[in-house]
Design a protein around this ligand. Structure first.
Ligand code: NAD
Length: 244
């Protein structure tokens, strides 16, 4: 532990797997008190071995549940919004239901959590909000990522809006835009493309490999910590050169 987040309280959504989980573990390792949430209770339970005892089931699509857990959590220094879903397809594959689901889970979820947690941050005069966006949609148009890209661009815009509105009141809000990161859901998307699926994702990487969730968590630690005190409203790309 190097205590980069010592004394800070962090609240994390989608913390049971992938980037959210790696961030929860990294935050705890750096000394933060972590409140980890997800819809996957078994995944959350396995966080105890990483020193994260405070966990709760939370569906970020449920406004009342988000508001209730924000009251329970009280003042936090760090809010990490990691929940998101990848819809595969073009505009022609995207029904209104698909569109609404993606925007609800990927964008409105962040609106819900920020609206619920920000008042206490403002009262405390400090807070770092980190939203997981994506290189796809913000820095690059990826094939078959029609509504996904639209949601992640909305996350970047929402991030800047929060940053500018509360910049004088001790609040910072940044987005992380990962490229292709080896997580359970990413491997599922690769498998759905067939036996060559993973190789196809690797072949578009100039570095010749996928990213890992710990590499994204390292950026999340920086943005959550006071080391990034002069940084707000930025969509930080971390993509192994995918967009070069
Ligand atoms: P993931 O997609 O596998 O999901 C992680 C967790 O989200 C799971 O534990 C799941 O239970 C939880 N979750 C799903 N629906 C939820 C809900 N309604 N409420 C609360 N939790 C819910 O993990 P990931 O691939 O690390 O993705 C995390 C974030 O990173 C997403 O926003 C994703 O869009 C973004 N992202 C991922 C990649 C990648 O290549 N993996 C690239 C760019 C951006």
């Amino acid at each position: 532990m190097t205590d980069r987040l010592k004394g800070k309280h962090a609240f994390i959504t989608a913390a049971a797997a992938g980037i959210g989980r790696a961030s929860a573990i990294a935050f705890a390792r750096e000394g933060a008190e972590v409140f980890a949430t997800d819809i996957d209770e078994a995944g959350l339970a396995s966080l105890t071995e990483h020193g994260i005892a405070r966990t709760a089931k939370l569906d970020v699509r449920d406004t009342a549940a988000v508001e209730a857990i924000a009251r329970e959590a009280g003042t936090v220094d760090i809010l990490l919004n990691a929940a998101g879903f990848v819809h595969h397809g073009t505009v022609l594959d995207c029904s209104d239901t698909n569109w609404d689901f993606s925007f609800d889970l990927n964008v409105k979820s962040m609106h819900r959590t920020i609206r619920a947690f920000l008042p206490a941050m403002l009262e405390a005069g400090r807070g770092s909000i980190v939203n997981i966006s994506s290189a796809a949609g913000v820095f690059k148009a990826a094939p078959n990522r029609y509504v996904y890209g639209a949601t992640k661009a909305a996350v970047a815009a929402l991030t800047r809006a929060v940053a500018v509105d509360f910049i004088t009141r001790g609040i910072r809000c940044n987005a992380i835009c990962p490229g292709t990161i080896e997580t359970p859901s990413m491997l599922g998307r690769a498998a759905a493309l067939g036996p060559q699926g993973r190789e196809m994702f690797v072949s578009r990487q100039p570095m010749g490999r996928l990213g890992n969730a710990e590499e994204i968590a390292a950026l999340a630690v920086y943005l959550a910590s006071d080391e990034s005190a002069f940084t707000t409203g930025v969509a930080h790309i971390i993509d192994g050169g995918w967009t070069l």
